[in-house]
Design a protein around this ligand. Sequence first.
Ligand code: EPU
Length: 340
Amino acid sequence: MLLQENIDITRRHTFGIPTQARAWGEYESVDELCQLLHEARRRDMEFMPIGQGSNLLFVRDYDGMLLHSAIKTLQFVALDNNTVLVQAGSGWVWDEFVAYCIAQGWGGIENLSYIPGTVGASAVQNVGAYGVEACDVIESVSVIDVDTLEEQTIAASECAYGYRTSRFKKEWKNKYIVTAVTYRLTKTPAFKLDYGNLRAKVGDAPTLQSVRDAVIEIRRSKLPEPAEQGSAGSFFVNPVVAREHYNQLLQQYPDMPCYEVDAEHVKVPAGWLIDRRGWKGKSVGGAMVYQQQSLVIVNTGNARAGDVVQLASDIAFSVFEAYGILIKPEVNYVCAGFKV
Ligand code: EPU
């Protein structure tokens, strides 16, 4: 267990904006997590789980204890010739876990290759890419109840998974900390290649590794490398819009793309809306709209959180003004003691 005081966390969140935290606690087991929670409570400190910090914008220094999982357990059981249940500790770096599963020949998460973050975050955020979401393969989530310090296992069906959301982001936000996630993977993968140009890149004889390679190549061409340029991936979620509203917009913008949601709704790519408003490459201070993908705000080197907040709200206003569509951040704005 590690407990550091008053530390610089600039390199512990992917935006790379200079930030201090009052305490940083790192735990390798559920027992160590409970000790850290005791300590935070004893000192009457706020606390918040943090993985790779790839979806956070620290609006100011964090006046509490950040709790970072280093639980890297791994257990698996083959249910039959085809299905394997794999339980991974929340501290696994997500892409290392994906690579491990692919090396074992277990399919289901190859489309989710190269997403920044951790196993724990995958179950909170329901990460998704190229037609697959984590909830498609999550079987259950193991947690600690922060009030009782009891362990629980929650079935995925109880987690109200949706597009980039779950109960862990809503009513369970301050109730549970994820300690492990169990995924249902398969030895005879049903490849999902219909998103964008994935099929064209993979070719006619897909393997888990060739799908992974193609996804990594596409992501690298569109998204900044976290190690090279600060960002938090997609800054906004794609808005769900009434089909009637979308049909009206089509008259003015006939090339506006959409994804089907249900009979009454479609999802419109926020990147397209932002791009058509001319935001690519525009900046406020050190925050800039990424040239290759308008959905991403990057730190050009000296961004302050206020620059990002200003740029994001200017973008949202300009999109609303043009299309009557309100786009909302995917990134969590973190203030001391609470998230907005
Ligand atoms: N588009 C533009 N200009 C842009 C960006 C996009 O015109 O600057 C258009 C594209 O041409 C395409 C459409 O918008 O027609 C969608 O673009 P893309 O395929 O890049 O996907 P996205 O909707 O922008 C989402 C996820 C990504 C995920 C990709 C692939 C969200 C918020 N983002 O992006 O996830 O990798 O699909 O599945 O749903 C993340 O969550 O951090 C993330 C990167």
